[in-house]
Design a protein around this ligand. Structure first.
Ligand SMILES: Nc1ncnc2c1ncn2[C@@H]1O[C@H](COP(=O)(O)OP(=O)(O)O)[C@@H](O)[C@H]1O
Ligand SMILES: [Mg+2]
Length: 381
């Protein structure tokens, strides 16, 4: 195992040139400007030096015997351990500098000889600054992903563990409610009603939070899923509200998609339950589901309702979590359903969007990947 050398705070630059005079000249100039300079005369020395300890930047001569600078750069870029190091090419004025080749080999800039000191320094500074910012971004991204994962786990554990005690509270309250009904003179009837109502809301919130946390986990693999069965399971979960609201639902034969069944049930269920819920009083929900194969690889589904519609000012916000346009009194809910739907669509490499006008009903669309049939040749079987 190799240990990186002890490093100072100075930025390290590896200068690669097959002419010792050039090396000395550049090195002296860079050292004067507080860079730590390492030198290499050919491609072998470059690879050895970079592998021992990655420099912050490489100045790489294009014209070298045996392996030229472009090739060396390609080698460095193909190695994950060295791919991030910025490479600036050096070319003599009489070289026909192939700029396209320089960039396609992975270089970030080039300098032509004879050098102008100020230009060399400015180009180096520029690339070092970009590299620093990239590093900062990388660290921040990793930190963000980590804290997101932790939050997700936290939401999952908390909501899961809250379920049990809440169920106990609800169970005993229902028992008291029954005893209350027998003892008619008791005045606590209203209080018990309120407890049950609040408990019900809390149970719904926990259930929605759990679903949301579930869809935050990356899908391991997508398998063929029959959307007819998905829809039937979603409808079974909604059977009571469907019956009570006398919902009229129309849908065609649905296709097989590539997906995750549990998540797709959540998607259909949330959209249909919204379509049932967000209608004006006295209006019976009428929902139409359609599906279109737009390309060989995609299906676009739609769920259309005859509900209250969504104000154009709020359309872009409906997929944000905990965003509700109505009070719980008007339409009970948690504001997590559509955020969950968006995650499900995205987990499938798809998308969800909405078209709506106030009082005109709403159409939700989502795109899911089609299952591409693979025909196996009889002889290959
Ligand atoms: N079909 C719909 N018609 C009208 N408004 C809708 C519809 N679906 C969603 N909305 C609006 O978007 C908000 C977010 O939806 P959702 O995340 O499912 O939350 P919830 O159903 O818990 O309120 C809803 O509160 C509602 O204001
Ligand atoms: Mg909802």
């Amino acid at each position: 195992m190799k240990y990186p050398l002890e490093r100072s705070n100075k930025k390290q630059i590896l200068v690669v040139d097959d002419k010792p005079d050039n090396l000395r000249l550049l090195s002296a100039m860079l050292a004067q400007h507080h860079y730590e300079v390492r030198k290499a005369l050919d491609s072998k020395q470059v690879v050895a030096s970079v592998e021992a300890d990655a420099p912050d930047l490489i100045l790489l001569d294009i014209r070298m015997p045996e392996i030229n600078g472009y090739e060396v750069c390609r080698t460095l870029k193909s190695n994950p351990a060295t791919t991030e190091i910025p490479v600036i090419f050096l070319s003599a004025l009489d070289d026909t500098l192939d700029k396209v080749n320089a960039f396609s080999a992975g270089g970030v800039d080039y300098i032509t000889k004879p050098f102008q000191e100020a230009e060399v320094l400015a180009r180096i500074e520029n690339q070092l600054k970009i590299r620093d910012l990239q590093r900062q971004l990388q660290v921040q991204n990793e930190e963000l992903s980590r804290s997101n994962r932790e939050l997700e786990q936290f939401a999952h554990v908390v909501s899961h563990d809250l379920q049990q005690p809440l169920q106990t509270i609800m169970g005993y309250t229902q028992l008291i409610a029954l005893q209350e009904m027998e003892a008619e003179d008791s005045g606590s009837h209203e209080c018990i009603e309120k407890i049950l109502c609040a408990g019900d809301r809390m149970q719904r919130l926990i259930k929605d939070l759990l679903s949301y946390a579930l869809t935050g986990q990356e899908l391991q693999e997508l398998t063929p899923v029959d959307c007819n069965s998905v829809l039937q399971q979603a409808l079974a979960n909604l059977s009571i509200v469907m019956r009570e609201s006398e919902t009229d639902l129309q849908y065609p034969e649905l296709p097989v998609v590539l997906g995750n069944e549990t998540q797709l049930i959540l998607l259909f269920q949330n959209l249909i339950s919204n379509a049932i819920k967000f209608v004006s009083a006295e209006v019976k929900p009428k929902i139409i589901i359609t599906v279109d194969q737009t390309t060989e690889t995609d299906y676009i589904f739609s769920v259309k309702d005859n509900g209250i519609g969504i104000d154009s000012d709020h359309l872009s916000n409906v997929f944000k979590g905990f965003n509700r346009l109505h009070s719980s009194k008007e339409y009970p809910g948690t504001g997590i359903g559509l955020a969950t739907c968006q995650r499900v669509a995205e987990n499938h490499g798809g998308k969800i969007w909405v078209e709506s006008q106030l009082d005109e009903g709403t159409v939700f669309y989502f795109r899911l990947p089609a299952q591409i049939e693979t025909y196996i040749n009889e002889e290959e079987k």
